[in-house]
Design a protein around this ligand. Sequence first.
Ligand code: TI1
Ligand code: CA
Ligand code: ZN
Length: 336
Amino acid sequence: YDNLQTAQGTSLYSGTVTIGTSVSASKYYPEDLTRKVGTFTYANGTSTVYRIADTDDVWNGSDQRVVVDAHFGASMVYDYFKTVHGRNGIDGAGGPTAYAAANGGAGLISSIVRYSTAYNNAFWDGTKMTYGDGDGSTFAPLVSLDIAAHEMTHGVTQYEANLTYQNESGALNESWSDVFGALVERYVYGESTDTWKIGEDCYTPGTSGDALRYMDDPHDASNGGYTSNDDPDHYSERYTGTSDNGGVHINSGIPNHAFYLLAKGGTHHLSGVAVTGIGADDAGKIWYKALADYMTASTNFAGARQATLSAASALFGGSSAQYTSTQSAWCAVGVG
Ligand SMILES: CCCCC[C@H](S)C(=O)N[C@@H](Cc1ccccc1)C(=O)N[C@@H](C)C(=O)O
Ligand SMILES: [Ca+2]
Ligand SMILES: [Zn+2]
C-alpha cells in the first residue's frame, strides 16, 4: 500500500499513471494503453482472468488498493527499464502481451492480483506477474513496488540470460530481481535505507522496520543476528542443500551484498575486504549489461563475477574505478 493512488491515477509520487481507461460506457479498466500495462484478477479463485472494472474511475475501494498498487508498480517498472536502460517492456519489444490478449486483456503486459487465498507470495509465471493478498500477519498484500519490480525482472531475465531457477544460477536469478526491485524503488522514491530492504512495505504489517531480505545486511545482524531472516553474505557460508530450489532465496544474499558494496562501498565484516562505492546508477548499468549481454542459463557465481567485469570494462574501461570496485565487491563476498 506504499503508493496508494489518489483519484484518477495521479500518483503520490507526482507523475501520473493511467489507471482507468473507459472501454465500455459505464466502466473503467486498469489499462495503460501507452505503456501497454494492464491489471486483472482471477474470477473467484478460478484460473479465468477477470477484468477488474470501476464505474467512476476513482480507485479507492478497499479491494481496489491492490489493483492500484500492482498497476502503479508495473507502470513504474516499465518506466524504469525504458528510461534508464532503453528497454521497451519485459521482452524488449513492449510485451509480452499475448496472455492478456488471449484472455480479454487487450494485449497488455499483465498483472494478476488477489491470487488464491491469503497467499503469502508473488511470482512471475512465464507470461505475467501474479500477487497474493498475504495472510495479514506474515504479509499484507504483496504489491509493494520492490516486489512488482522483483517479479517483472524475472520476466526480463527470462528473455535475456534465462538463468536456470536452481542452485547458483537460481540464486543469481533471485538476486537480480532483488537488485532491480531496489533500483526501481530508488528510481521512484529516491534512495533511502529502505532501498536496500526487500519487501519492507508488506512484510509483517504488525512489525515496523523489518523486511524479508536485507541487501546491506543479509544476516540481518541488526536484528540480533542469525535470525529466521539469516541469509549468507559470503561464499564460504553458502547453503548447499536442496530446499528452496537449492537455496535460491538464501544464497541470493551473496550477490545481493556484492551489489550493495559496489553501489555504496564498505568493508565486508567477514573478509575485511574494502570496496569503494561507485553509486547505484553505475552499479545498475553494470548489472543490467551483464544480464543482457554476458550471462546465460547456466551462469554460476564465478560466471556472474566475470560477466559483471566484462560489462564494467565495456561500459567504463578495464582500468576504471567502476571495474576495480566490481572486482573488489566480488572479492569481498568470497567470489573470485
Ligand atoms: C510460487 C513460489 C515461488 C515464488 C518465487 C517468486 S519469483 C519469489 O521469489 N517471490 C518473492 C516475493 C517477494 C519478493 C520481494 C519481497 C517479498 C516477497 C519471494 O521472495 N518469495 C519468498 C517468500 C519465497 O518464495 O521464499
Ligand atoms: Ca525496499
Ligand atoms: Zn523471485
